[in-house]
Design a protein around this ligand. Structure first.
Ligand SMILES: Cc1cc2nc3c(=O)[nH]c(=O)nc-3n(C[C@H](O)[C@H](O)[C@H](O)COP(=O)(O)OP(=O)(O)OC[C@H]3O[C@@H](n4cnc5c(N)ncnc54)[C@H](O)[C@@H]3O)c2cc1C
Length: 378
């Protein structure tokens, strides 16, 4: 019996929609089911780095005028130091999550993807996807159902090489961005528990403020007093959204595919949100997955996706580890920020490295220079 679809994607967040668009671009018949309706909101820092914007563009999604708010680089603030660097080319954009979801949904629809909103998937039986009330046959099934993925469990892909969790809470404030940069504030509470807050400009009168910590109970209002400079900026600014939380995981699975099921996005593992690279990773995975599925409709080409998935994760995972190490150790953070402030080109190099704009050799040179700076800094 011929399948209803070549590809059935479970989960219509950024990963699911990106996978659907990329597959449809390669001529595959695709459906996406999501338990929610379009315009889905989610706890996110809402920063798209320049490489994320490029990867989004490769999916045929350009940011229309006014859809996002540009930022030319990143500023770190902590231990009494403020240091910033510009991206080597292009700029990042703060984009409201609902806007990003709308743009991806419109492109998926334009590509002929069957969008099954408010459709919860309740199980898999062989090549059949069981939704509430109906079922579909598909040649390939894609699990894009987020960090708590049930597809991962159904497919027996739950085994992890690594699984460390932190917690994020975000809220929007109605205030004009005071800085042209996306800002990352480093801090810790009175018990020396690390936490960070990052601020992304998302509009001419709105910023997205996201807190990251290892404490699931910690909320923005409790944490802000540990960031007096930021608290003062935000004092009197009205909240324009409710606070939303989510787990942010440093998670690497042993495998991300079986013979006919592949995982993508947070369902397939993730890097800590401090990198701001989660969406970029997802868009790049979508391209790789679709290349594999589109290359050979009969033979199983998913092993190539396994390799690509591992390779794509390497750089953001390395940068996440570096940033998390800096977050955990106050002395290291102080030294690093001081070195970066003294040698601005080092921070520019690190930022270029972060967004994949450096060759591995220059990458190594900057890393060595940073190490030397840390050793020799008084
Ligand atoms: C605090 C925080 C800040 C972040 N900041 C940034 C940032 O600034 N920049 C960046 O690039 N990344 C950031 N990220 C990462 C980014 O948000 C994630 O990588 C991204 O949301 C992953 O998208 P996804 O589609 O894989 O998962 P999700 O967005 O979680 O989507 C999963 C979808 O699956 C659906 N679903 C689940 N189960 C079923 C089912 N059984 N049937 C049907 N549908 C189902 C859900 O309804 C949902 O819509 C941040 C993450 C956090 C937690």
């Amino acid at each position: 019996m011929s399948p209803d679809f070549d590809v059935f994607v479970i989960g219509g967040g950024p990963a699911g929609l990106a996978a659907a668009i990329a597959s449809a671009q390669r001529g595959l018949r695709v459906a996406v089911a999501d338990a929610w309706g379009p315009g889905i909101d989610k706890c996110c820092g809402e920063g798209l780095m320049p490489d994320s914007v490029d990867a989004l563009g490769a999916l045929g999604v350009a940011l229309p005028e006014g859809a996002g708010y540009p930022f030319p680089g990143i500023r770190f603030l902590g231990n009494g130091v403020s240091v910033d660097a510009r991206f080597p080319n292009g700029c990042g954009f703060g984009v409201r999550r609902t806007m990003l979801h709308d743009l991806l949904s419109v492109e998926a629809e334009r590509r002929g993807v069957e969008l099954l909103w408010k459709t919860r998937v309740v199980g898999l039986s062989g090549a059949r996807v069981e939704c509430e009330g109906r079922s579909f046959r598909a040649r390939w099934i894609v699990g894009a159902d987020g960090g708590q993925s049930t597809v991962r469990k159904w497919a027996g892909l739950d085994a992890c090489r690594r699984d460390e969790r932190r917690y994020g809470f975000r809220r929007h404030y109605g205030i004009a961005p005071w800085s042209e940069f996306m800002e990352l504030y480093w801090g810790e509470n009175d018990r020396h528990e690390e936490c960070q807050i990052y601020v992304t400009p998302v509009g001419p009168q709105e910023v997205c403020v996201a807190l990251l910590s290892r404490n699931p109970q910690l909320r923005l209002d409790q944490a802000l007093p540990w960031f007096p400079q930021l608290a003062e900026r935000l004092s009197g600014a009205p909240a324009t959204s409710a606070e939303r939380g989510a787990v942010t995981a440093s998670r690497q699975l042993r495998r991300v595919s079986t013979e006919h099921i592949a995982l993508i996005g947070d369902a397939s593992g993730s890097v800590d949100a401090i990198t701001g690279e989660g969406l970029c990773l997802t868009f790049l995975q979508a391209k790789s997955m679709a290349d594999c599925l589109g290359a050979d409709r009969e033979a199983n080409s998913l092993p190539r996706y396994e390799d690509d998935h591992r390779r794509l994760r390497r750089r953001p995972a390395f940068m996440a580890d570096l940033l998390l190490m800096m977050g955990r150790r106050n002395w290291l953070r102080r030294r690093t920020l001081t070195v970066l402030a003294a040698q601005q080109n080092l921070f520019s190099g690190m930022l270029a490295m972060h967004i994949g704009a450096l060759t591995p050799a220059s990458f190594a040179a900057h890393f060595v220079a940073l190490g030397w700076g840390l050793l020799t800094q008084a």
